[in-house]
Design a binder for this molecule. Structure first.
Ligand SMILES: *Cc1c(COP(=O)(O)O)cnc(C)c1O
Length: 225
């Protein structure tokens, strides 16, 4: 399938999910996760109208950026090793995986401008996943008040790999509640207006529960590797 074909179907699904939830579809941004696919396929996504690309490794990011010069937003969606910060921090628009103080310290040290960060939250407390637990998030955000290069634009989660719709919904709903708690702090450096949640298998539920960035690989561009 062409990316354009997939994108049109996805947009329709988003519109329907928004209708069910009383949301405006313009609030939902689609990130094409291109980590599995070629640069040609990533370009096809841009030609189809996608404005956000997501990569989870520095090599993948740089391989795409060598060829793609269009004015797209680059999202780093994978866990980031502290020693890799300096190689990517000037090349990305959003970091989705801020999950520890040592990483924040390195971002603060290496960045020259404010970096838009999502805090990665392990809502379901899965052993295999990165991210802070729910009750660690607010103390962590409070600890960042002197980090002039870090802006907390939102929260990010990866839901469990399951078909249990109720569990998925609970996971997304819980992140939305936490977002409200963060917003209530009214911290200038943590507006936390965004929610990065929803992947190929679960994005419609995520949209119903308030996602503003959905990260789509398989269903949008495929997973040819
Ligand atoms: C790979 C990846 C995705 C995309 O996964 P699909 O299920 O193929 O849509 C989204 N988010 C993160 C963090 C990923 O690593």
């Amino acid at each position: 399938m062409t990316v354009l074909h997939n994108l049109e179907q996805i947009k329709q699904n988003i519109a329907e999910a928004c209708k069910r939830a009383g949301r405006n579809p313009n609030e939902v941004n689609i990130i094409a996760v291109t980590k599995y696919v070629s640069v040609e396929r990533a370009k096809e996504a841009i030609d189809a109208g996608v404005q956000h690309l997501g990569e989870n490794r520095d090599q993948g990011l740089h391989a795409k950026q060598e060829v793609i010069t269009d004015p797209v937003n680059w999202h780093f969606i994978g866990s980031l090793q502290t020693r890799k910060v300096k190689s990517v921090i000037h090349d990305i628009d959003y970091l989705h995986s801020l999950d520890r103080l040592s990483l924040a310290e390195e971002v603060q040290k290496r960045a020259s401008d404010t970096v838009k960060c999502f805090i990665q939250v392990n809502v379901a407390e899965e052993q295999s996943k990165h991210g802070l637990s729910l009750d660690e998030v607010i103390p962590f955000i409070e600890s960042l008040h002197d980090f002039s290069h870090i802006q907390i634009v939102g929260l990010m989660t990866m839901a469990p790999h399951t078909d249990d719709q109720a569990l998925l919904r609970h996971c997304f709903h819980t992140l939305k509640q936490l977002q409200k708690d963060v917003q209530a702090l009214q911290l200038a450096y943590a507006p936390c207006t965004e929610l990065s949640m929803g992947m190929s298998n679960d994005y419609e539920i995520a949209v119903e529960e308030g996602a503003t960035y959905i990260r789509l690989g398989t269903t949008l561009v495929g997973n040819e590797i």
